[in-house]
Every structure is written in structure tokens, then in C-alpha cells.
Design a protein around this ligand. Structure first.
Ligand code: B3K
Ligand code: ZN
Length: 877
């Protein structure tokens, strides 16, 4: 398994003018005929051979300029077609046969139910035909799709349909032309018996764009929300980034078997059905919001990814980090900005920080890989987005827009690098990004240690900030980063004090209530003047940088911030810090054999929340204790059982003490009237369901009955699902069983709803969980071949049912290893993702470490895909 290095990058030896593809579709014997015009790239040496990528292709014929080649004129390896002797300009024709029906990797051309579809990013096009499958080779594609008319009445590809007609044997064809040069990873094809929902969008220059969502017939009632989201995203990108859509048609297709969320193919997005289909009775509020975000994300790629693409796959975050930042801002504008930030940061700190501390840690721009599919990670996407957010905050909105305009204008139609993006931002603003570039090359989560000193006589407040990035497995040395630390100082009344800085660099005007400190050194001092009382510092407002921060706050200071901070994110974060301190104290008691008791200060603080006039969205967030996974992050060695037990006790204590407030909030947030997936209603449902789930910890008859009533009478999936979860996760075994059976009866024909049914059971924190997961793998609705099912049952069990997954008998480790080994032969991408929890043994106790390592060794001994090999090698001790 070869390692590919960024430092070895060379421009392509040949460039392409045009590509003509003809697909003659059949499940096992699809023929792909390509006609490609090549020209030698002047940037490279004359005389280089033509080297094309190709995997699992059966070559039928190959010719150059009309002359068939004999076998002595080319070489075929497992991954390449090499033609040593070619002119400077020529037309290559190849004819290959492929077997989509046996393609279980869901990469290249494959079958999902009765349809054909494609997934080419990153390197899937080489499973379709011989081609220079790299993003810096861009070309205009014309694609002819031929198939049986009855089975595949709908034939789609990128661009515009330019010709269609009938052929012999009940076959028909459509020719699609994409006028925009694109890399092969943006190619797409779909064929099937599909129905469509149509709409239109008029762009800012007055062009009408046809919008089409194509689905299997039974899903035609589930497209409205995705369509509304698409139109909102198109409008937002015009208003916020000045970006107009370019083709006359924009299509989305929903498929059931898909490795990721969705794919931004030019003019023809292909979506995992879970990220596009929604109806109030089948999809939760969370699903509605996810669909809004993913539809927007793929649409935004049309500029940040397609019009301007990546030179090579090391630059992946150039398009993904930027596009995640864009979709996060869009969702913030459509919903509640502070809540969106809280959700995104909670995910980053729980999962990306863990990745950055684990054996697969890598920089946002990695410098080597074996299998690029392993690098579609939280680090590339979420930390990549945080980097763009830091740039946006350093520049301010106007200069950031100037920078993004310059980037799109300069590089339209090009395949570029992170330096080109930063170059545009630097040129637009005059800011020096040289130290900042380390964010792209250095892995690991920086840790800030901050201390404050008040000098009453001098009326000065001094913040001393130290930064240090712990060594990661991939990089022994770390350098100081340029970190924007947004701060405010609260006075005793809770108001922001005007800030005048006399030492240290900052942006924002003197006298403002917020300043962004520029931390560049390992240790740096910032002095504020005219401070007439000892302040409480509000640090890292809005989570201005993806770092860990330690200030040594007292409980009183945290309570002050929780009540008064003008920064919504930091109010929430102060509550989280308080809760972590309280829960850690309980863990200590638990481990000393005492009965853990929740600090009454936390209960009082939570009580105060109900009286604070917070809007329901923020109140709901603030009432949630940190999750078990985030709590685990607070320990060097994770006390997995203690965390679970103590968090449950804390929830019970809160339910007992705040019973009246919780009851009253449930009553006050019952919605009547038609379901609407609007932020305002979502917040009320969420608040009500969170309060009800606290109350369910006490298992009082009336409360259980209320969950049962909600389960049986809900007209929307959010409420039905919340009640189902409350019942299944309670100790009410009879009711749980009845609810699961009724839910299954009601929804057995709806694959996406059945995913939720699997998830609820996989996350059930009962001791029989593993046995149940194994039994559910035999359920007719389960299939190891379908990634949504694998994620719903197996990933959810291994990642969210921590207390069972880490059961000291090691049986769940063994179970995961068995599944991963079986899956690796079918779908390596899913196998290598699924194994993640086993790679995190460093944070477990000695006994569990040993059990987890033994399973990794067992996997390593097998014959593995590149994907799984790379991850397991990194994870082995
Ligand atoms: N660009 C795709 C990811 C494809 C991953 C393939 N292994 C989805 C997205 O980020 O929009
Ligand atoms: Zn993306």
C-alpha cells in the first residue's frame, strides 16, 4: 500500500479538451465507451507516457486516432492503463465493461434498489472508465446514456439534455452536455423509474432555473422541504456572497444506498435519501434541519468546489472547510444563530477534539495518505470550517466578502490550493497570514491557559495567555499559532465594560465592549486600562478559535457569566463548565465508593434558568447536561461506568428538585395547530421534550402515561420519536415493548423511519443491548449492505451506548471487529469509518486497552482494504 505525499505533486502530463462518454446500461454488463481528446501539458517533459487510472475494468478495446492498439502497445496493471508511445495531441477511444450490480463499495457506478447511480468523489471515476482521475484535469463532458425504456424511463447526467430518442429492443437514450469544465469527480449519472417534483428559481440577473427533485415513486410526498431549502440557499448565496447559479437546470436525486450525506456533482446532486426526504409525520425536527443544511451545503459547492475546485486531494478542506462555514452561516440565518453555534461547537469539541487527540490525528491539510477516503473527516470539514470562521472574524464582514469575491474571480474555472484562498484573503485585507498558515499544517487541539490579575490602584486588568499544543501521534513538534481570542469583561452588575488595551495586539476599536486579542506567542500579556472594579472575564466569545481554554474559574464567576454574559454562546458554555465540575466531583465520590450527590449550586443555577426569560431555544440548550462523550473528553482515562451512573443521578436530582418548573414548562410548550418546521416551533417541541425526558427519570405513573399518550397521538415524528425514546430508555419494559411493536407496525415499509427504530434500540442503555443489536441484525429491514442501516444500528451502538460498548467482558469489542471484517469485503469506506471507537483505546483503563488492542491485532492479521489497513496501522500500539 503506497503512501502518497503532497510534496511529490506534479502537474498532469496530459490535459483534456473534451470527453464523450457513452453508457450502455445493464446490471452486470454495462459498457462504457469513451472518446477523449488529449494534449501534452507544456509544463511537463516531452515524451512522458500516457498513464490513466482504472480499477476493476474489463478492457474490450483501445484505439488512438482511429488505430486500434495491440496488446504490446500498452500495459494494464491493477490500477492503471499505460500507453508509452503517444503523440502530442490525439484522440483516445476505449471500450470497457463493468458490473454495477456487484459493486457493493457504492463508489463508481452501482445499483441502489432498481436504479443505477454514481459516486465519483474522490477517486471513483476510475471504476467507470480509464481516465486521469485527478481534480486538476478538467474537461467538458458530453454523456450519452442508453438503457431499457421500461425499467429506466429516466436517464440523467450533468448539464443540459440536448438530444433524446428511441433505439431497437425497447431501448432509448438521452444525450447530456455539460458546458463547464469539470474534474471527473463531479461526474454523475442516474437511471431509473423515478418521479419528479419541479419548481423554478429566478436568479438575480433574471434567468429562470428549472429545479427538479427525482425520487422513487413512494417518496414523492417527501420533497417539499428540500425544495424550499434549495430555493432559500440559492437566494442566500446571491445575497451574502454574490454567487449566481450558472446552468439552466439543477437536479437532486435521492438514493437509499449512499456512503455519505450527499454529493455536489455539477447540476446533478445525488443525495442519501436521509438527507433529502422529509414529511412531518416521518422526519424529526433534527432531520428537517439537517436536510436544510445539507441541501444548502451541496448547492454552495457549485461555487466553492465546482467552479473553483481543488488542485489535489490534500487541498480537500479548501472546498469542504469553506463550504461547511458557508452552510453553518446559512443555517444560523435561517434559525437561531446562538443555538446553531452551540450545536456546532458541541459537536466539534466532542468528536473533532477526540479525533485530534487520537491515533488518526492529521492536519487540516494532510501531507500524506494511503487512501484519500479516510480523510473525509471532522478535522477536514469542521476544523476546516473553524479556520475559515477565524479568517472571517479577523477580516470582518466587508473585507471577508471582498476576499471571497477576489478568490472566486481570480480562480474561476481553476483547480487551486489553500495558498490561493489565503492569498485572496490577504490581498483583500492587507493582513499577514504567514503564522496563521500553521493552522493548516499543524494537527492537535491548542490549549490555552489564561490567568487574570486585577490591580485596583492602577485600575488595570491583566490577562496572561499561554498556548501550547500537545504532541499528536503524527507530529512530534508543535509551534505557536496565531489565535484570535475574543474577550469581554463583565462588571459586578453583569454589564460589559468598555475596553482600552495598553499592551498586546487586538482588533476592534478601543472603547468597544468586545476585543479580539491576537495571541501569537507561547505566552503573551494583554493589559486593559481604566478598569474600576475587578471584572469577570468572558473569554473566547462565540468560540472564536477551536481551542481548549482553562481559566480556573470559580463557581461564583461561572454563575455570574451564566446569568449575565451578553455573548449567548458563553452563557451556555459557563453552564457547561459548571456542570462538568459538578459531575466530575460526583465521579470522584462514585469511585471512592460513596453515593454521588449533585452540588446544589448547579440545581440552583438550573432553577434560575426558568426565571431568566431566556427564549425556548436557548433555554433548551442550557438545560442539557454535557453528554457522556464530552464528559469522557474531560478525563485522561475515561471512567466510563461512573460517568454514565453519575450523569443519570444528576438528571434524577434535577428532575426531583425542579419538578414544578419542568411540569410547568411541559404544559406551557404544547403546540396546537399544523406542524411547521420553523425555528420557533422546533424550539418549543425541543424544550417540552427535554423537560419531559427529565421527568421520565422518576418514572411516575402520570408522566409515563403522558409519554405514552404523546407516542400514540402525535401527528409529527419529532414528538412521536421523543416519546418512543423516553419509553424505550426508561425501565418501563412493558410499555417500551408495546411502543416498539406499534412503531414497527406503523412504519415497517418506510426505510428511513425504520432507521430511527433501530437507533432508539441501539442506544438503549440496558444490559441486554448487545444481544438486542445482534438480534436486530437479523431483522428483515436490516442489511449490512446499506450504510444507513449500519450507521443506525451498529455505529449508534458503538458510539452512543458507551456503557455497553465498553462492557468489561470485551464482547462488544469483539462484535465490532467481526462486523468490520465482514464489511471490509463489501464496503471498505464504511468499514474503516465504523472501526473508529476501537481505535480510541488510549483513553481507556489497562484492561480495556488490552481487549481493544487484541481486536485491532486480529483485524490487522486479515487481508484488508487500503482504507481499513491505513486506519488499523495508525491505531495499533
Ligand atoms: N463532497 C462530498 C463527499 C464525498 C466523499 C466521498 N468519499 C460531500 C460533501 O462534502 O458535500
Ligand atoms: Zn462538502
Amino acid at each position: 500500500n503506497d503512501i502518497i505525499y503532497l510534496k511529490d505533486y506534479l502537474p498532469p502530463a496530459f490535459l483534456i479538451q473534451t470527453v464523450n462518454l457513452e453508457f450502455d446500461l445493464s446490471p452486470h454488463e454495462t459498457r462504457v465507451r469513451s472518446t477523449i481528446t488529449f494534449t501534452r501539458n507544456q509544463e511537463r517533459n516531452a515524451g512522458l507516457p500516457l498513464e490513466l487510472h482504472g480499477n476493476e475494468l474489463k478492457l474490450i478495446s483501445v484505439e488512438i486516432d482511429g488505430q486500434p492498439l495491440s496488446e504490446s502497445q500498452y500495459q494494464i496493471t491493477a490500477e492503471q492503463l499505460i500507453i508509452p508511445d503517444v503523440p502530442d495531441q490525439f484522440v483516445l477511444k476505449t471500450d470497457v465493461q463493468i458490473d454495477p450490480a456487484n459493486n457493493t463499495s457504492l463508489e463508481g457506478l452501482y445499483r441502489s434498489n432498481t436504479m443505477f447511480c454514481t459516486q465519483c468523489e474522490a477517486e471513483g471515476f476510475r471504476k467507470i472508465t480509464y481516465y486521469p482521475d485527478r481534480p486538476d484535469v478538467m474537461a467538458a463532458f458530453t454523456t450519452t446514456v442508453i438503457a431499457d425504456k421500461t425499467e429506466y424511463p429516466v436517464l440523467l447526467s450533468n448539464g443540459n439534455p440536448v438530444k433524446k430518442g428511441e433505439l431497437d429492443n425497447n431501448r432509448h437514450f438521452v444525450v447530456w452536455q455539460d458546458p463547464f469544465d469539470k474534474p471527473a469527480y463531479l461526474f454523475a449519472l442516474v437511471a431509473g423509474d423515478l418521479q419528479v417534483v419541479k419548481d423554478t428559481f429566478t436568479t438575480m440577473s433574471g434567468r429562470e432555473v428549472a429545479l427538479e427533485i427525482w425520487v422513487e415513486p413512494e417518496n414523492i410526498t417527501k420533497c417539499d422541504h428540500a425544495m424550499a431549502s434549495l430555493k432559500a440557499a440559492m437566494k442566500w448565496d446571491e445575497e451574502v456572497y454574490g454567487r449566481e447559479y450558472d446552468l439552466d437546470i439543477y437536479m437532486i436525486v435521492a438514493v437509499n444506498d449512499f456512503n455519505m450525506g450527499a454529493m455536489e456533482n455539477k447540476g446533478l446532486n445525488i443525495f442519501n435519501s436521509s438527507c433529502v426526504l422529509a414529511r412531518p409525520d416521518t422526519a424529526t425536527d433534527g432531520a428537517f434541519q439537517r436536510i436544510e443544511g445539507v441541501v444548502a451545503h451541496e448547492y454552495f459547492h457549485n461555487w466553492s468546489g465546482n467552479r473553483v475546485t481543488c488542485r489535489d486531494w490534500f487541498q480537500l478542506s479548501l472546498k469542504e472547510g469553506f463550504t461547511v462555514y458557508r452552510d453553518q452561516c446559512f443555517s444560523a440565518d435561517m434559525n437561531d444563530e446562538a443555538v446553531k453555534r452551540i450545536e456546532d461547537v458541541a459537536m466539534l469539541r466532542t468528536a473533532q477534539f477526540a479525533e485530534d487527540a487520537g491515533p488518526t490525528a492529521h492536519p487540516v491539510r494532510p501531507d500524506h495518505f494511503i487512501e484519500i477516503s479516510n480523510f473525509y473527516t471532522l478535522t477536514i470539514y469542521e476544523k476546516g470550517s473553524e479556520i475559515v470562521r477565524m479568517i472571517a472574524n479577523l477580516l470582518g464582514p466587508d473585507l471577508f466578502r471582498k476576499g471571497s469575491d477576489l478568490y472566486f474571480e481570480r480562480h474561476d474555472g481553476q483547480a487551486v490550493t489553500v495558498e490561493d484562498f489565503i492569498g485572496a484573503m490577504a490581498d483583500a485585507s492587507g493582513i499577514d497570514f504567514s503564522q496563521f498558515m500553521r493552522w493548516y499544517s499543524q494537527s492537535g487541539t491548542p490549549e490555552l491557559t489564561v490567568s487574570g490579575h486585577y490591580d485596583a490602584a492602577a485600575q488595570q486588568y491583566t490577562l496572561t495567555i499561554k498556548q501550547q499544543t500537545p504532541v499528536t501521534k503524527d507530529q512530534p513538534e508543535k509551534l505557536p499559532l496565531h489565535i484570535p481570542v475574543k474577550v469581554g469583561l463583565l462588571n459586578g452588575a453583569g454589564a460589559d465594560m468598555p475596553l482600552t488595551l495598553s499592551a498586546g495586539e487586538a482588533s476592534g476599536a478601543q472603547g468597544d465592549h468586545d476585543r479580539v486579542l491576537h495571541l501569537r506567542e507561547a505566552e503573551q500579556v494583554f493589559v486593559f486600562e481604566n478598569i474600576d472594579e475587578e471584572p469577570v472575564p468572558s473569554l473566547l466569545r462565540g468560540f472564536s478559535a477551536p481551542v481548549k481554554l482553562d481559566f480556573g474559574y470559580t463557581q461564583a464567576q461561572l454563575l455570574h457569566l451564566m446569568r449575565h454574559d451578553s455573548d449567548g454562546f458563553n452563557r451556555w458554555d459557563a453552564g457547561q463548565r459548571l456542570a462538568i465540575t459538578a459531575l466530575k466531583a460526583m465521579v470522584t465520590q462514585f469511585e471512592a465508593g460513596q453515593i454521588p450527590k449533585l452540588d446544589s449550586a448547579l440545581t440552583e443555577a438550573y432553577k434560575g434558568l426558568f426565571e431568566s426569560g431566556l427564549n425556548p431555544a436557548i433555554l433548551a440548550e442550557m438545560l442539557m447536561l454535557p453528554g457522556e462523550a464530552y464528559l469522557a473528553e474531560q478525563f485522561d482515562i475515561v471512567p466510563v461506568d461512573a460517568i454514565h451512573a453519575c450523569r443519570n443521578i444528576a438528571r434524577k436530582t434535577l428532575a426531583e428538585t425542579l419538578n414544578a418548573e419542568l411540569e410547568q414548562t411541559v404544559a406551557a410548550n404544547q403546540l396546537t395547530g399544523e406542524y411547521r418546521p420553523l425555528a420557533e416551533d422546533i424550539a418549543k417541541r425541543r424544550l417540552k421534550n427535554i423537560c419531559q425526558s427529565y421527568l421520565m427519570t422518576l418514572e411516575a405513573d402520570a408522566v409515563v402515561e403522558r409519554s405514552w399518550q404523546q407516542f400514540s397521538t402525535a401527528d409529527n415524528m419529532t414528538d412521536q420519536h421523543a416519546a418512543l425514546t423516553a419509553l424505550v430508555h426508561s425501565k418501563q419494559d412493558e410499555k417500551a415493548k408495546a411502543a416498539l411493536e406499534s412503531f414497527e407496525q406503523q412504519w415497517k415499509d418506510d426505510a428511513l423511519v425504520m432507521d430511527q427504530w433501530f437507533q432508539v434500540q441501539a442506544s438503549r442503555p440496558h444490559p441486554d443491548a448487545l444481544a438486542r443489536v445482534k438480534a436486530l441484525m437479523e431483522h428483515p429491514a436490516f442489511s449490512l449492505k446499506n450504510p444507513n442501516k449500519v450507521r443506525s444500528l451498529i455505529s449508534v451502538y458503538c458510539n452512543q451506548n458507551r456503557v455497553n460498548f465498553h462492557s468489561i467482558d470485551g464482547l462488544s469489542y469483539q462484535f465490532l471487529a467481526d462486523v468490520v471484517l465482514e464489511l471490509d469485503g463489501m464496503n471498505p469506506q464504511i468499514a474503516s469509518r465504523l472501526i473508529t471507537p476501537l481505535t480510541r483505546w488510549q483513553k481507556m483503563d489497562a484492561k480495556r486497552q488490552q481487549l481493544m488492542q487484541a481486536e485491532l491485532q486480529r483485524i490487522a492479521a486479515a487481508d484488508l482494504s487500503k482504507d481499513l489497513f491505513e486506519v488499523v496501522q495508525k491505531a495499533l500500539p
